[in-house]
Design a binder for this molecule. Structure first.
Ligand code: ADP
Ligand code: GLC
Length: 483
């Protein structure tokens, strides 16, 4: 391949902030292009044209017409928006509908999800093949199962042989399993429907296709990269990952410091030091109708799913409340958890908002003393990073990226000049969480120590600098990509 000063990367993602977001993937996809620009990487982002944002885009340019794109006509649009170079797959038959990105109004997966995201991956391959005369990527970097067929299409496409592929696993719980009867509908070769290809217990696994065919596999923290190799966390794909171990690495997520910095956050009363949190706490308590309190105000901002371990918090909550602590939760998801937290909010020191509210999330993280992340597994996790940046001490489970980002309070890290930035608990049980909440309350009752930990947290590097350099190095070490 011709040597270029700039590495061209096509990022393939099903969500991207600030346009469309259900979780951390959007933040990462939205922040990576900017973070990588200073490392000689020019990234374009391929995204489905969902109805929630497509009409807002101004000055889109038509780049290609695709008369038959998995069941209907589609167009590829190009636009620069919010600092991102976007390629939008405008395929109304796949994306223009009322409901969520992945779920219909009945709360179930859209039945044609396989085709919806196979189309995205297919178009990525077409771009690798030279669909855009003036721009061909050196690397296609796809995210999660929704982009994971791209490495397979590319590997089987003679025109794209020089294009390298990277797959990032943000969450292995979602694998894109499809009945084998859809092989030809997904434009897959039956010769690859084997144990050494994308066959998984008699089905097609989009994620496995990516794991087999991508040149490199990454995930979003070093600890999760290790955990993925075990039956406890690999969710059935640990064997495949073990075989690709040499090509698997963990690169920690960062957060976008232009969006998440207490010094310049337009949604809060800005502050530079922990003492500046006090007026934000008063605002938050008023907003949630919580009384003033001596104990720690803890927040949760989360999807309400099994992964996040919030059922354990319901069990452990009395320990916090008995010690004068408070809980404010913002989240949406599993209807049972929504109902259980709504019931818990009958307590005067518990307040719950069911829903999704990006700005409220900022106010909560600024105003709280602590943020709770009791996840059963957590590939990286972003809210504990927001907590660190805002001096809102994270109390986290010892797993995945939570283990890699929080320095837990222990006798050793609190001795001399304390270096701790939060609390960790293990195993991930309600009794261990209860103990951790009791420790949190005890630490909060020592103002000097707490303040010290807050300063440590606020000084902890959580931006993209280090990780962007790691992605750039990974790209440049791919065969045929010259630094
Ligand atoms: P995951 O991607 O597994 O949901 P992360 O911690 O990586 O977990 O990212 C979650 C992102 O979504 C964070 O930016 C968090 O602030 C945001 N978020 C989650 N739930 C809500 C909500 N109900 N309202 C606002 N933001 C939310
Ligand atoms: C996933 C994970 C989360 C991670 C995010 C972004 O949704 O659950 O831990 O931070 O992706 O990589």
């Amino acid at each position: 391949m011709e040597c270029r000063a700039v590495t061209r990367v096509l990022s393939v993602t099903s969500e991207c902030a600030p346009l469309v977001k259900t979780g951390g993937l959007a933040d990462v996809a939205g922040a990576l292009p900017g973070a990588l620009a200073q490392h000689g990487v020019k990234m374009r982002t391929l995204l489905p044209g969902y109805p929630g944002f497509i009409w807002k885009l101004r000055d889109t340019r038509l780049r290609a017409e695709l008369p038959e794109c998995f069941g209907g006509p589609a167009r590829l649009l190009e636009v620069r928006h919010a600092g991102l170079d976007l390629l939008i797959l405008d395929a109304p038959h796949l994306y223009d509908r009322e409901g969520g990105l992945y779920l219909g109004p009945d709360g179930r997966d859209w039945p044609d999800n396989p085709e919806r995201f196979a189309a995205l991956s297919w178009v990525a391959c077409e771009i690798a093949n030279g669909l855009l005369a003036d721009w061909q990527p050196d690397i296609v970097h796809c995210h999660d199962w929704q982009g994971a067929l791209a490495p397979c299409y590319i590997a089987r496409s003679p025109a794209a042989q020089q294009v390298r592929t990277v797959l990032t696993i943000h969450n292995i719980a979602f694998q894109g399993l499809v009945p084998a009867t859809r092989l030809s509908a997904l434009r897959l070769d039956s010769a690859d429907f084997t144990q050494h290809g994308f066959e998984y217990w008699g089905k097609i696994s989009a994620l496995k296709a990516g794991l087999i065919f991508a040149d490199r596999i990454t995930t979003v923290s070093p600890t999760y990269a290790e955990e993925l190799l075990t039956p406890e966390f690999g969710m059935g794909l640990e064997g495949v990952l073990m075989e690709r171990r040499a090509d698997l690495s963990g690169i920690l997520n960062g957060i976008d410091l232009d969006v998440w910095s207490p010094e310049k956050d337009p949604h809060i009363i800005p502050y530079h030091a922990p003492v500046g949190k006090l007026p934000n706490k008063a605002v938050l308590q008023a907003e949630f109708r919580l009384p003033e309190s001596e104990g720690p105000l803890c927040v949760v901002v989360s999807r309400l799913t099994e992964q996040k371990g919030l059922d354990l918090l319901l069990e452990a909550l009395p320990v916090l409340l008995e010690r004068g602590g408070q809980l404010a939760l913002l989240g949406t998801g599993d209807p049972e958890l929504e109902a259980a937290f709504t019931r818990a909010a009958e307590h005067p020191n518990v307040a719950v908002r069911i829903g999704y509210d990006e700005w409220l999330a900022h106010r909560m993280i600024a105003g709280a003393d602590a943020i709770l992340v009791p996840s059963r597994f957590e590939p990286c996790g972003l809210t504990q990073l927001y907590g660190l940046r805002y001096g809102t001490l994270p109390l986290v489970a010892l797993t995945g990226g939570l283990a890699d980002t929080v320095i837990p309070a222990t006798p050793a890290t609190l001795a001399g000049t304390p270096v701790a930035t939060g609390l960790q608990f293990h195993p991930v049980t309600d009794s261990a969480l209860s103990n951790a909440l009791a420790r949190l309350c005890a630490l909060r009752a020592q103002p000097d120590l707490w303040r010290r930990m807050q300063r440590n947290a606020m000084a902890h590097p959580v931006g993209w600098d280090h990780s962007a350099a790691a992605y750039a190095a990974l790209y440049k070490n791919l065969p045929g990509i010259t630094p």
